[in-house]
Design a protein around this ligand. Structure first.
Ligand SMILES: Cc1cc2nc3c(=O)[nH]c(=O)nc-3n(C[C@H](O)[C@H](O)[C@H](O)COP(=O)(O)OP(=O)(O)OC[C@H]3O[C@@H](n4cnc5c(N)ncnc54)[C@H](O)[C@@H]3O)c2cc1C
Length: 495
């Protein structure tokens, strides 16, 4: 079986790694960029700061992924305590917000608690039956938390009204948020960080999150062809045509490019109905602004959420806190520079002015209290990257669309996988996507079922094979870890 992989991001690298392991050498990875990593790549700017495409935190659900990380990085990683916060109403509230409303002004605390208790006492409907994410928020959290945090924050992240989003991506566990716990935290003045005993995450010591994928790519030798862009796919003759005109034949094709583009622009002879379905998939773009500052880092925080409208970004990461080698100071001391990575979303519902986003971000950092007065004079670097496909929106219609489009492609030996290949946000982190590649190969060569994608084929009463969606147990990143992780190797740095 000749396997062609489009994309050397985590999905394609996972698939290629598994093929090598299985001694299946008849494959090639086509990558349009001059480097590997996709959205998980990292970039070092001319001033010496290293940036990721948005804060990348590793919450692995898989032994395979953990072992691969260990093989690739040895002890060259840091181990960091998760420390996340919400900046709201000019104060810091520990995350998760709903557990810590005691930090708000009294009136807002009251509204949050009242809404929560009311929503849970007078439950109009089971939240799991909610029509959309907006209704889910109201049923689970009540009016106060919805108004102060959930609605504004989620709009800033997703750039789509929550009425357009489904609720399945968030998982059923959120529904069990209980009013007793919220009330107890307020009355007993307790902070509640909500995470299980294991809230540490690994991060490459040098080179940013992309260092992991770079090393995987190096381990694959000449199997990756950089600067090779798939322009069209003839699914009848099973040929990928590159922009250069070269034809690459396949028996099976694993594609990690965005599914909407694959169907609308690349695969030939797609029926209009399938094309129309795929075009209804929603996504948001992302503006990443890195701000490098020549000062000692003033905080131990990891990342912070911003629901208020005094800044454009929804999230900021103290990236230099993940490793001391993220700044120009390469001594490992981390005491002369620090870096802030700021993420702003964009869609037709939420336009962003690309010409002013850097300026707006710096002003937002000041408004949010992250930059002190006069500190902008110590900014020694700004880095900017816009990605068109940043977040695959879990829209109300998404699963119905995928149920039609994914099987249509698979009938033609095209397996669309990954963050935008499968379009499922709940399984779109690096561990999920790398494993989507691994599992796809296991299915093709060993006949094993894929478990991460959450699509199960079942025969219906009329004898058709229908694609059903089931939320995989590994979905999500904010939920408690499934098991306690004991690092096999001592990290180079513990913060
Ligand atoms: C803002 C943001 C924050 C994130 N935060 C986290 C996090 O905290 N933790 C985490 O684990 N994950 C995080 N992720 C997700 C992570 O980046 C993705 O899981 C991962 O990069 C997806 O891998 P992929 O291979 O599916 O797709 P991609 O990374 O998008 O890779 C696809 C590859 O295909 C190539 N390609 C596209 N079209 C063609 C073509 N026609 N021909 C040839 N090549 C092509 C692209 O150049 C690209 O390299 C985040 C992502 C974003 C955007």
């Amino acid at each position: 079986m000749r396997i062609v992989i489009i994309g050397a991001g985590p999905t394609g690298l996972g698939a290629a790694t598994r093929l090598k392991e299985l001694d299946h050498d008849d494959f090639v990875v086509l990558e349009s960029a001059p480097h590997a990593g996709g959205l998980a790549a990292s970039y070092t700017d001319t001033a010496g700061f290293t940036w990721d495409v948005g804060g990348h935190v590793m919450f692995s659900h898989y032994d395979y992924y953990d072992k691969l990380f260990e093989t690739m990085l040895g002890d060259q990683f840091t181990l960091n305590d998760r420390e996340s916060w919400v900046r709201i109403m000019d104060r810091w509230v520990p995350y998760p917000f709903q557990n810590n409303v005691r930090h708000l002004p009294k009136q807002a605390t009251f509204e949050c608690l009242q809404g929560l208790i009311h929503a849970q006492l007078v439950r109009k409907k089971d939240p799991l039956d909610a029509e959309n994410f907006a209704e889910f928020i109201d049923l689970v959290f009540g009016e106060g938390i919805a108004k102060h945090f959930m609605r504004p924050y989620n709009f800033k992240v997703w750039a789509h009204p929550p009425e357009m989003m489904n609720k399945t991506w968030i998982g059923e566990r959120v529904a069990v948020l209980d009013a007793d716990r919220a009330l107890k935290n307020v009355v007993l003045e307790q902070d509640d960080f909500g995470w299980g005993p294991n809230n540490r995450f690994k991060y490459p010591l040098k080179g940013g999150t992309g260092a992991f994928y770079q090393r995987i790519a190096e381990s694959l030798g000449g199997s990756i062809r950089y600067g090779a862009t798939a322009a069209t796919i003839d699914s009848e003759r099973k040929l990928v045509r590159l922009t250069t005109g070269e034809q690459v034949p396949y028996d099976a094709l694993i594609s990690a490019m965005p599914l909407d583009i694959l169907v609308s622009d690349i695969v030939e002879d797609v029926p209009d109905t399938i094309r129309a379905d795929a075009s209804r998939l929603l996504h948001s773009a992302g503006h990443m602004v890195g701000v490098g500052i020549k000062r000692k880092c003033p905080s131990t925080k990891c990342w912070m959420y911003f629901p208020d409208d005094n800044c454009p970004f929804y999230r900021v990461t103290y990236l230099s806190n993940y490793s001391p080698y993220m700044t120009p100071n390469q001594t490992g001391a981390n005491d002369t520079h620090y870096s802030l990575l700021c993420e702003t979303s964009e869609s037709a519902h939420k336009p962003v002015d690309q010409n002013t986003i850097i300026k707006d971000t710096i002003r937002g950092l000041e408004n949010a209290g992250l930059l002190e007065e006069g500190e902008r004079d110590d900014i020694v670097s700004t880095w900017y990257k816009r990605v068109e496909h940043a977040y695959p929106t879990p829209s109300v219609e998404r699963d119905d669309i995928l149920s039609v489009v994914v099987p249509w492609l698979e009938d033609r030996a095209i397996y669309s996988r990954g963050r935008f290949g499968m379009w499922k946000y709940e399984v779109a982190n690096t561990d999920h996507t790398l494993m989507q590649g691994v599992e796809c190969v296991n299915r093709l060569l060993l006949g094993e079922p894929e478990t991460t994608i959450g699509i199960v084929y079942r025969t219906t009463d009329d004898g058709r094979e229908a694609a059903n969606h089931e939320r995989p147990t590994v979905a999500g990143s904010g939920e408690k870890r499934l098991k306690i992780e004991i690092p096999a190797r001592k990290p180079a740095q513990i913060r």
